[in-house]
Design a protein around this ligand. Structure first.
Ligand SMILES: [Zn+2]
Length: 604
């Protein structure tokens, strides 16, 4: 950690609850329990009608309308408590009280979801006339996209008791494996050059200048995970085995493919995913060129997996260390060029203590944006050390936060956007800052430092993210046949890196399946390609800047505001009149990446 950053902030969530001891938490939990019990009774009344919705459905419309409104309010309350607790565990994985609270909330959420099952089935199976009646309600109008979109998957719905059993078992089944991963990573100790570090601190060494240190950190992280390879492999096998079994149970009417689920969650279709991945594969040499140029810049023959997050090589003391306030000012300036509101928003995030950036001992690695839905306030978590890469991460997370912010006047249900468009907003934020930094470069050295970041992102998006996708696809396919031992996971990860990186690295990271937490997120599979989607999608939008002049901010805001009520294909047809199912759309963005990589090559 750099000593120069001494203005890190700790978030202030006291407007939500004063602390874990706040009596209001108990009161809120109690009211959730009571109201869930009431909803359970109502859902039992709805249950018999599911057998004959044609004749019995219409008489239940108003019951279901009230149910949806009540359930929505309860789920927001639960999410608020969960977010509050997760904010605490992120800064201290060992806070047992917060961990216990999360577990209680998870149980209550499961109960609520179980109680809602008959209503979900009702909404998926009623006819069009009944659906229109259901939507004819002040608060339910906004639900149209959600309802209709959910109905697209109604072929895969099971009956009420089957659905309830799956939901009930998933808390201590599926999701317990994800929790185990978090528990292991939160307490993992990495020994770097004799010093014992938590995973977050060890990982942050991979982003700093000293190559020897990076190599040590890489090997120590690898070793720490290797010590847990048995458990890590068990986690991946259990999560994916569960998902496959779930899919096969649901494949009564037609086959439910794991990528169809992912595409549905991502608000895209398989054509879009195929075009995205296919075009990227054709352009993978652009990512590889970026790595080769970075190696030249680092004066080494080839980069290793310990170098892929490294900052631009600098002589000691040469690289600028940003304070948090300086970063905010810079981000704010860059955002203001799109619109002053976006710049002011970045300042507000800082002033309101909505950012937690101060290193702590048992801190989660990575960065994320979350928010309190009840008050429509975003929060950002990261570990800030003052590097330029860190400034971009901050811009990324504030980009997410801004997405929520421009939607804060909309009904909550209209803000349920998918990860693909979420990552579009965040990477758009990064792009604004990158552009601003490049234009304000005073020296060649500055330019080198900024374009280094461009090259690094290109390599991450065009090689690393697709390798993760490839690995996950292979793993799911293999898991259909049998349990996959750690040794085989290593081989599969190696092969996936080989396919995408080819000769651009000196070796591949075969423990990446354990160290990359995304594979062990129990609630969602194929967590990774949305980043690539967001990266190319946001470049595509950004490229429209000059065509729209003064109206560009309005266009961008309108796109963001529609993300929760449209799929991405329709969204971009509506606002940009372009078809993301076609390769040409993605090639356009990849051409922009190629230019950025060429610019970097020129500077090297
Ligand atoms: Zn993001």
């Amino acid at each position: 950690m750099s000593d120069a950053v001494n203005d890190n902030t700790v978030w202030d969530n006291s407007n939500i609850y004063t602390s874990l001891e706040d009596k209001k938490i108990e009161q809120d939990l109690e009211s959730v329990v009571n109201k869930t019990n009431e909803l359970e009774k109502i859902s039992k009344e709805i249950l018999p009608a599911l057998e004959d919705l044609e004749s019995k459905g219409s008489s239940l419309i108003s019951t279901v309308q009230n149910f949806v409104v009540e359930e929505h309010a309860l789920s927001i309350r639960l999410r608020t408590i969960a977010t509050f607790a997760r904010c605490i565990t992120s800064t201290n994985a060992k806070d047992e009280k917060a961990v216990a609270l999360l577990s209680r909330v998870s149980k209550l959420s499961t109960n609520l979801r179980k109680a809602s099952t008959p209503v979900e089935i009702f909404i998926d199976r009623i006819n069009e006339t009944q659906l229109k009646e259901l939507l004819n309600h002040e608060e339910l109008k906004a639900w149209e996209f959600q309802f209709r979109y959910g109905r697209e998957m109604s072929d895969f719905q099971l009956n009420n008791s089957e659905e309830q059993i799956i939901k009930g078992l998933s808390t201590d089944g599926l999701h317990a494996w994800g929790n185990l991963y978090n528990a292991i990573s939160g307490k993992l100790v990495c020994e770097v050059d004799g010093e014992k570090l938590g995973l977050a601190n060890a990982s942050s060494l991979l982003r700093q200048n000293d190559r020897e240190k990076r190599i040590s950190a890489y090997h120590s992280i690898r070793e720490a995970w290797t010590n847990h390879e048995e458990s890590s492999a068990a986690i991946l096998n259990a999560i994916n085995g569960w998902r496959l079994e779930n899919n096969s149970l649901r494949s009564k009417k037609r086959d439910l493919h794991y990528l169809d689920i992912s595409c549905h969650q991502s608000h895209i279709n398989r054509e879009t995913l195929n075009s995205l991945m296919g075009t990227t594969f054709e352009n993978r040499s652009v990512g590889q060129r970026a790595l080769k140029a970075m190696a030249k810049g680092m004066k080494v023959e080839k980069l290793g997996p310990w170098d892929i997050l490294a900052p631009a090589p600098m002589v000691a003391g040469e690289g600028k260390v940003y304070s948090l306030k300086e970063s905010i000012d810079l981000i704010s300036e860059a955002f203001s060029r799109l619109t002053p509101q976006m710049g002011d928003f970045a300042q507000m995030m800082y002033k309101n203590n909505w950012i937690d950036s101060k290193p702590t001992e048992f801190r989660s690695p990575g960065a994320y944006c979350t928010g309190f839905t009840n008050v429509r306030e975003p929060r950002v978590f990261m570990t800030f050390d003052g590097s330029i890469g860190n400034v971009l991460t901050l811009a990324h997370e504030i980009g997410h936060a801004y997405h929520n912010w421009v939607m804060r006047d909309m009904p909550v249900v209209s803000t349920y956007y998918a990860m693909t468009t979420a990552e579009t907003a965040s990477i758009f934020g990064e792009t604004l800052v990158r552009d601003y930094l490049f234009e304000n470069c005073k020296t060649e050295k500055d330019k080198f430092e900024i374009t280094w970041q461009d090259a690094e992102s290109a390599a991450a998006m065009l090689c690393n993210i697709p390798a993760r996708f490839e690995f996950e696809k292979q793993m799911v396919e293999k898991r259909k046949e049998a349990n996959i031992p750690a040794s085989e996971l290593k081989t599969m990860m190696n092969d996936s890196w080989k396919l995408w990186y080819e000769d651009s690295l000196s070796e591949y990271d075969d423990m990446y399946w354990a160290s990359k937490l995304h594979f062990s997120i129990s609630s969602i599979g194929f967590y990774n390609y949305p980043y690539l989607f967001g990266y190319l999608f946001s470049l595509g939008i950004y490229a429209e800047k000059d065509n729209h002049g003064e109206n560009f901010n309005e266009l961008y805001t309108n796109i963001l505001r529609d993300t929760g009520s449209m799929n991405a294909v329709d969204l971009i047809k509506k606002h940009l009149n372009k078809n993301i199912e076609e390769k040409a759309f993605w090639q356009g963005s990849l051409d922009i990446v190629e230019k950025a990589v060429s610019r970097f090559e020129g500077l090297v």
